[in-house]
Design a protein around this ligand. Structure first.
Ligand code: 9D3
Length: 256
């Protein structure tokens, strides 16, 4: 998987993704990261990449030409390497106006050979640049950040771990969204008692079926508490067995 990022802060991207699991994946050549400075593609003598908005209003708008020229340079490089002439490469614009990023999208994007990302700054990008180069617009959630750089790092992290070999454990369960749409159960390791807090007795019992049942109940409880939307989906899609459905109905009725 080759990631290309058009940004005014390429060093932020390179630094943010060079550690830990992704650092190793980069070293092993499982993924590559090409952060390109849009400013390198301006023809303006003062290296300006933004201008005042037509029609007035606050702030500055990123100019169309540096973005288009930057995109064309990256696209040429991809097609040069790949050999093919007719090649579709998805170009993702990170913007609060986009569709919210999901695990489903990460899975789908992980199938691509190359992905190009465009990070915005200022009050946005000239709409013609979006029309000319962008294939889809994505947000990472409903909160306001200062730019698209952290969102692109979030997306690259989520996509990279789905690339074969990046997670060393060949565990395909790792590839699933949330197991059965439920949040994970609590985990414990030694010591058995810490400042008076005991590990739940059931986990020390060796009764594997009972432990599994307890863990599933914990998952259901946590999901009800933090993500009732996910629990609704789990129930709707028949992810709970008969006993678990009974447990869920009891919870819904507010019993203990
Ligand atoms: C929608 C608000 N805009 C009105 C002028 C201003 C604006 C605020 C913040 C424009 C861009 C940004 C910077 N954020 C992103 O570029 C961004 C983002 C985000 O802020 N939250 C979640 N996902 C994303 S993806 C890109």
């Amino acid at each position: 998987m080759n990631f290309h990022v058009m940004t005014l802060f390429p060093e932020m991207i390179m630094q943010g993704l060079s550690s830990s699991i992704l650092g190793r994946a980069l070293e092993r050549g499982l993924i590559s990261l090409n952060a390109v400075n849009i400013r390198d593609y301006t023809l303006d003598k003062h290296k300006r990449v933004d201008d005042y908005p037509y029609g007035g209003g606050a702030g500055m708008v990123m100019s169309v030409d540096p973005v288009v020229r930057c995109y064309r340079a990256i696209f040429s490089e991809i097609t040069r390497k790949g050999g093919q002439k007719e090649k579709k490469v998805r170009v993702i614009y990170l913007t609060p106006q986009g569709k919210t990023f999901t695990q489903e999208m990460a899975k789908e994007l992980a199938e691509e050979e190359d992905l190009i990302f465009l990070c915005g700054h200022y009050e946005g990008i000239d709409e013609r640049a979006i029309e000319m180069v962008v294939t889809e617009q994505i947000s990472i959630g409903d909160y306001v950040l200062t730019g698209g750089e952290l969102p692109v790092m979030v997306m690259i992290d989520a996509i990279s771990r789905l690339v074969p070999g990046v997670l060393n454990n060949g565990n395909s369960a790792e590839f699933e969204t949330f197991h059965d749409h439920l949040l994970e159960y609590p985990q414990y390791t030694r010591p058995e008692v810490y400042e008076g807090r005991e590990v739940p007795e059931i986990l020390l019992s060796g009764h594997h079926a009972k432990i599994e049942e307890w863990r599933r109940k914990q998952s259901i409880l946590r999901t009800k508490e933090a993500r009732p939307d996910l629990l609704g989906r789990a129930v709707q899609e028949g992810c709970l067995n008969k006993r678990e459905m009974t447990f869920w109905r009891e919870l819904e009725q507010g019993w203990e």
